[in-house]
Design a binder for this molecule. Structure first.
Ligand code: XMP
Length: 525
């Protein structure tokens, strides 16, 4: 990727469904940089971003729905290659003079699409009949003038169309989901064959570009990095360290909400592999003091986010005298914010603010640092690739995601030192057994949750108990935007359950969460 390509993205226009991020990732998997914009962006706002191509995402099931999201029609006059997907396909058909029939019917799930007119640029060379994944109500009944029909299904006469002259294409199905045969090929055909884009965006180039950008932003100033023990902060810190070396001091706040052994992993393994200068702050008592009596999850997140920053400000005060004596003061704070955090917090799309992720939405107003967020445009798998490229140990790069607010949002109810101790033990047992069974790569993450406000009757040893349940929440996912519960083998579940109920005090029940996302989120709070 050259700096030029970084500035000229493929823009994925988000109509508010879950699919925009997935599309953006698939585009990047094809080696082309992409960003998400809300459907409310005007043609001139889009033009300002100088996109190399546009992809209109899926959205609600009908363009005739009341309040259905619309698009500035001027976008089709920008002369930018455009691919419409599902809802985006119908919006495109209507805007360009085609017809969308309000059928009231719904086509959902796997369907056979049959290629017409040899498939054109988009589908040419693919099998004549392919299994694709549909989710729509209305259908395009007539393609706009000058467009060729490229595929149909039994229920949908126009399931794909294209105009080579305009470089406009559309498909009714979802090529971005893995259940669509040849889906990635459809996207790649659009990007490479139709729009003529090269496949030249990769992690090596991201590092080069970020290092240059960080050096420019920072100059000779000093920087503090928020190291949490998780992948994101480990990689962002290593990236900044690569850019500015000893101008960086990494600070690890032990907020008392960590899992067993995490502090040691940061203090020993991470420092050994990077050579980063590290300061650990013992802040458990302060955090717990502020969390006293608080049960509301959003409230907890805000407090933890705020105290995190306060802890850094304290360190800043301590370091500032030293920095002053030696040269530049400390002006910057590194954060491992990822692209999904930005998009979910409403910063990149018209999607609802699902949760205030503490590293984006919950920052206090009196923040005293300028932020460096080198991963702000990246997805998790891209961050891992960068971490590997930077030489970080697999134990850190391959780690399951762990939320910034830590175990604080895995206790349903008030967070106390005693409850944390219980959860920490249960979590360590679950992690140990999953690793032992070789299941780490199958699982995206496995939150272990303490239902501190719930009690149930049990019988342990000779007596009746009135203890708390522990919830296991193993999920499989590609990006945490959607997830399914992982079908763990019964013998592994049984071992975890036995060890927890036998070995962790006050816990007399282990339950398994079998909810997908949506409707459930991954974390319980
Ligand atoms: P949900 O629970 O929204 O989680 O399905 C999606 C992903 O985000 C993580 N998560 C958080 N990470 N601060 C974080 O840094 C938070 O407040 C937070 N809440 C959820 C969660 O672990 C999962 O990977």
């Amino acid at each position: 990727m050259s700096a030029d390509t970084a500035q000229r993205p493929v823009l994925v226009v988000d109509f508010g469904a879950q699919y925009a991020q997935l599309i953006a990732r698939r585009v990047r998997e094809a080696g082309v940089y992409s960003e998400i914009v809300p459907h409310t962006a005007s043609a001139s706002e889009i033009a300002e971003k100088n996109p190399v191509a546009l992809i209109l995402s899926g959205g609600p099931s009908s363009v005739y729905e009341e309040g259905a999201p619309s698009l500035d029609g001027g976008i089709f006059d920008l002369g930018v290659p455009t691919l419409g997907i599902c809802y985006g396909f119908q919006v495109m058909a209507r805007a360009l003079g085609g017809e969308v029939a309000n059928t009231g019917l719904r086509e959902y799930g796997a369907t056979d699409a049959v290629i017409a007119n040899e498939g054109g640029v988009l589908l040419g060379g693919q099998p004549n009949t392919q299994n694709v994944w549909m989710s729509h109500g209305d259908q395009v009944s007539r393609a706009p003038e000058g467009f060729e029909v490229l595929a149909s299904t039994t229920d949908t006469p126009v399931a794909a169309f294209g105009s080579d002259e305009k470089c406009f294409y559309g498909v009714q199905w979802h090529p971005e989901v893995k259940h669509s045969d040849h889906g990635q090929e459809v996207l790649e055909n659009f990007l490479h064959r139709a729009a003529g884009l090269a496949s030249d965006w990769n992690s090596g180039n991201v590092i080069e570009e970020q290092v240059a950008r960080i050096r420019e932003q920072v100059g000779s100033a000093r920087v503090i990095s928020a190291l949490s023990g998780g992948v994101d902060s480990a990689v962002s810190t290593a990236l900044v360290h690569k850019a500015i070396g000893d101008q960086l001091t990494a600070v690890f706040v032990d907020h008392g909400l960590l899992r067993k052994g995490e502090r040691e992993q940061v203090e020993n393994d991470y420092v050994a592999s990077t050579g980063v200068r590290l300061i650990t702050v013992d802040a458990a008592d302060t955090f717990l003091g502020h969390l006293k009596g608080v049960s509301d999850p959003e409230q907890k997140r805000k407090i933890i986010g705020r105290e995190f920053i306060r802890a850094f400000e304290q360190v800043q005060r301590d370091l500032v005298a030293e920095a002053k004596a030696e040269g530049e003061p400390i002006k910057f704070l590194v954060q491992g914010t990822l692209y999904p955090d930005v998009v979910e917090s409403g910063g990149g799309a018209g999607t609802a603010n699902i949760k205030s992720h503490h590293n984006v939405g919950g920052l206090p107003d009196d923040l005293d640092f300028e932020l460096i967020e080198p991963l702000r445009t990246l997805f998790k798998d891209e961050v891992r690739a960068i971490g590997r490229e930077l030489g970080l140990p697999e134990a850190i790069v391959g780690r399951q995601p762990f939320p910034g607010p830590g175990l604080g949002i895995r206790i349903v109810g008030e967070v106390t030192a005693d409850r944390l101790e219980i959860l920490r033990e249960a979590d360590a047992i679950a992690r140990e057994e999953l690793t032992k069974a070789g299941l780490d790569s199958e699982i995206w993450q496995c939150p272990v949750v303490l239902l501190a406000d719930v009690r149930s009757v049990g019988v342990q040893g000779d007596g009746r108990t009135y203890g708390h349940p522990i919830v296991l929440r193993p999920v499989s996912s590609e990006d945490a935007m959607t997830a399914d519960w992982t079908r763990l083998p019964y013998d592994v579940l049984s071992k975890i359950s036995n060890r927890i109920t036998n070995g962790v005090r006050d816990v007399n029940r282990v339950v398994l969460d079998v909810t997908s996302k949506p409707p459930g989120t991954i974390e319980w709070e």
